[in-house]
Design a binder for this molecule. Structure first.
Ligand SMILES: Cc1ncc(COP(=O)(O)O)c(C=O)c1O
Length: 371
């Protein structure tokens, strides 16, 4: 019997049309912050239903510029879930603010009640993360923000196209941030990111800061950065945006196949299903939870032995990262976050995954768990 083809954790959408567009841009001789970037910004703003979008070289770069443009003060506190990619908190630390880590609820997103308990006089904002493609509880977060006069930046790195009450996640906070890192639902062929905002002044400041603080070619109003975006990636992103809804629909099909194949398997917990009328998840990842860490590790190894790639997002929550302990010392425990990070496992999830591949993954899981 021949070896079965490998099933990766994620795979970037590619097309001949995108190949042609890349070549087209190369031939224009125009490579940085040109018409493709302008058009991509406009199209992203329209897609998310917000007035302004500013591209930058990554989510991390874009949010750093945003925090500078917000004039964060040393000691400002920002509520953020600990269960997220480490970059969610890097820009705020570089900008002098302090992340205040919050626990999650069963949707793997920030628990608004836990966040409420952590508000102090120094709290200025909330950075909810729509983790794995499922919107956090936007109503509860909006209420918390309104009750305490806080701003909200939605971390949409994993949730391009997800909806909350029929509107795009990313259109609820004052600002939102996107990542186009390959593996995301909307990717380019490299790094990239953007800020979505309702604030024209902030959009202008970020645009200036990303390009050496320039207001004209050789006139610098601020000391800025080189965190620009480029034409080739903008052309790729524009083509990816055209098919984003289709790609997300395909991800939702994959999720349904997993749910069907894994229904009733007692030893695992499936991801929370959509709440009708409230959430539309875009399954950046399909994350199951096992009974113990040992079972998670054993299952990951068994799948890997069969050519099935899995991941853990994330094995070490941010409040327990060495870099954070070095700055803030030992931080309070976050029981659910610490428990779930021991037991979660991300299964292969991308739009081109076939029903047969999902069945193969599910069978391998059932086989291991029944041993
Ligand atoms: C939730 C989340 N926030 C932020 C980031 C950072 O994005 P970037 O790599 O574009 O800086 C990522 C990407 O890993 C992410 O998944």
């Amino acid at each position: 019997m021949g070896k079965l083809p490998k099933i990766p954790l994620s795979r970037v959408h590619q097309s001949e049309l995108i190949d042609r567009r890349i070549l087209e841009v190369v031939k224009t001789g125009n490579y940085i912050l040109g018409p493709e970037c302008k058009a991509f910004e406009k199209e992203l703003a329209a897609y998310f239903g917000v007035p302004y979008c500013v591209l930058s070289s990554s989510w991390t770069a874009a949010v750093h510029l945003l925090h500078i443009a917000q004039d964060l003060e040393p000691g400002d506190e920002i509520l953020v879930p600990s269960l997220t990619a480490f970059p969610s908190i890097e820009p705020m630390i570089h900008a002098g603010a302090r992340p205040v880590f919050c626990d999650i609820d069963d949707t793997y997103t920030i628990d608004p009640e836990d966040a409420r308990k952590r508000i102090t006089k120094r709290t200025v904002g909330i950075l909810p993360v729509h983790l794995y493609g499922r919107p956090a509880d936007i109503d509860a977060i909006g209420k918390l923000a309104a009750d305490h006069g806080l701003w909200v930046i939605e971390d949409c790195a994993q949730s391009h196209g997800a909806k909350w009450k029929g509107k795009r996640a990313g259109s609820y906070g004052q600002h939102a941030a996107l990542s186009f890192y390959p593996s995301k639902n909307l990717t380019v062929y490299g790094d990239g990111g953007a800020i979505l905002t309702y604030d024209e002044g902030i959009a202008k400041r970020i645009s200036m800061l990303r390009n050496h603080g320039r207001s004209a070619k050789y006139l610098h109003e601020k000391v800025g950065f080189n965190q620009r975006f480029n034409e080739i990636q903008a052309a790729v992103g524009r083509e990816q945006l055209k098919v984003l809804d289709d790609l997300n629909a395909a991800r939702r099909h994959v999720a349904q196949w997993y749910r069907r194949e894994l229904a009733g398997v007692k030893a695992l917990t499936l991801p929370p299903d959509d709440t009708i009328g409230l959430t539309q998840t875009v399954y950046h990842m399909f994350v199951i939870r096992l009974a113990t860490r040992d079972i998670r590790e054993g299952l990951a190894k068994a799948l890997s032995d069969q050519g099935i790639e899995t991941g853990v997002h994330y094995p070490v929550p941010n409040h327990l990262q060495p870099a954070i302990a070095e700055i803030y010392g030992k931080l309070p425990e976050l029981p659910k976050t610490e428990d779930y990070t021991q037991r979660i496992l991300s299964l292969p999830m991308f739009p081109a995954l076939t029903e047969q591949e999902v069945q193969a993954v599910a069978n391998a899981i059932k086989d291991y768990l029944s041993r």
